[in-house]
Design a protein around this ligand. Structure first.
Ligand code: MG
Length: 159
């Protein structure tokens, strides 16, 4: 069994009047994330974790923010492309674990929908997709509601 581990990290600034996407789902909020894509910072960190497993750089390298092709793109499309790469290399996803730091809104009501959205894209059952959310107790840029910070870990496997 060939087992590889990867981690990913991403931050996006918060701004009013944008649609908030996290973990592939729309979060009811008057704010969203500033980005070239749809700003789904959780999927971006997850993509980087999967690419990290394969030592293939990061999503900024794969999907440059200078390219019109990826302007406003649904990040689930980017994740599908990254999972395709994992499969092309002969691996399957083992499990993933995502931690989202956001001051508001509260994400607890949306966590299971994120897991159910991400699992089929990753080709795994929902029990292999962990999504956790925390505030930072009003400390730092997350606590001031200036941005959202996400860490992700992934394991991929080849028999
Ligand atoms: Mg990003």
């Amino acid at each position: 069994m060939d087992i590889r581990i990867g981690n990913g990290y991403d931050v996006h600034a918060i701004a009013p009047g944008l649609t908030m996407w996290l973990g592939g789902v729309q979060i009811p909020s008057e704010n969203g994330f500033v980005a070239h894509s749809d700003g789904d910072v959780a999927i971006h960190a997850l993509c980087d974790a999967l690419l990290g497993c394969l030592a293939l750089g990061d999503i900024g390298h794969l999907f440059p923010d200078t390219s019109d092709e990826w302007k406003g793109v649904d990040s689930k499309i980017l994740l599908r492309k990254v999972v395709d790469i994992v499969h092309e290399k002969g691996y399957k996803v083992g499990n993933v674990d995502i931690t989202i730091a956001l001051q508001r809104p509260k994400l607890a009501p949306h966590i299971d929908r994120m897991r159910e959205t991400l699992a089929p894209i990753l080709g795994v059952t929902v029990d292999r997709v962990s999504v956790k959310a925390t505030t930072t107790e009003k400390l730092g840029f997350v606590g001031r509601a200036e941005g959202c910070e996400v860490w992700a870990s992934a394991i991929i496997l080849k028999d």
